[in-house]
Design a protein. Structure first.
Length: 242
């Protein structure tokens, strides 16, 4: 999911950007302190989601969203003034986050976007099928990664965890040898279904279906013990309903 963040306060942008990074499912492709510059960017780029402050110089977040005329499918307002909530929802905002934004509340808002995207995908599939066409596949069962001199096919469901090693990622799968690939976590997460994988540490991404148990600050996957990073702990526990 590609998003941009608009806020005239850089610190507020930093908070949301760090939340997106921790969550992993949301890719921040640009940030803006000027709403007019953001509007120009949106008109020339494909965006899935906009996080926008309301009270800003030049034009407000509400005026910005009105001017978009549906060019961005989903948007979430962020503000220190809860009295603007009603007007925000009148514009069909997915959610309205009041600053300071708690991380669990942020996760809830992003989950709402995910749910809406899935509903729209189902609707599109039904429309295509009823027209006599074939419904598109939104999630493949495998990915290809470059390892040494070949592109290796990997079954997504078989992946246990992915470990970061400087510039490389080490992919650990069941019934297969680990594979090294020159890739960033951001690139890898864009290839994987966000509902299946969770970033638990700056150096680890795990398949939630492979988790056996959680002991203190470690995730157990068979004989592997993966540390949970302090900055990821709240998100991990919320995602796993702990």
């Amino acid at each position: 999911m590609k998003c941009i963040i608009i806020d005239d306060e850089p610190l507020a942008i930093d908070v949301i950007e760090s939340y997106c990074q921790a969550l992993g499912a949301v890719q921040v492709i640009s940030t803006f302190t000027n709403a007019i510059e953001a509007l120009d960017f949106i008109n020339n780029n494909r965006i899935d989601l906009v996080f926008s402050d309301i009270e800003m110089p030049s034009i407000s977040g509400i005026e910005l969203i009105r001017s978009l005329e549906g060019k961005v499918p989903y948007f979430i307002f962020t503000t220190a003034y809860p009295e603007y909530a009603l007007e925000g929802f009148d514009l069909n905002a997915i959610d309205y986050l009041v600053k300071p934004i708690p991380f669990p509340r942020f996760i809830k808002a992003v989950n709402r976007v995910n749910e809406m995207m899935k509903l729209n995908d189902v609707s599109t599939s039904i429309n295509v099928s009823s027209a006599g066409g074939e419904a598109p596949t939104h999630e493949d069962d495998f990915i290809f990664v470059k390892s040494e001199y070949e592109n290796v096919k990997i079954d997504i469901k078989e992946i246990k965890l992915i470990q970061g090693l400087k510039d490389y990622l080490k992919i650990h799968s069941e019934n297969a040898k680990p594979i090294l690939t020159l890739m960033s976590f951001k690139e890898m997460q864009s290839k994987l279904p966000e509902t299946l994988f969770i970033r638990v540490h700056r150096s680890y991404l795990v398949n939630v279906n492979k988790i056996s148990s959680i002991q203190k600050n470690r995730i157990i996957i068979k004989d592997e013990r993966i540390p949970i990073g302090e900055s990821y702990k709240s998100m991990v526990y919320s995602r796993l309903n702990i």
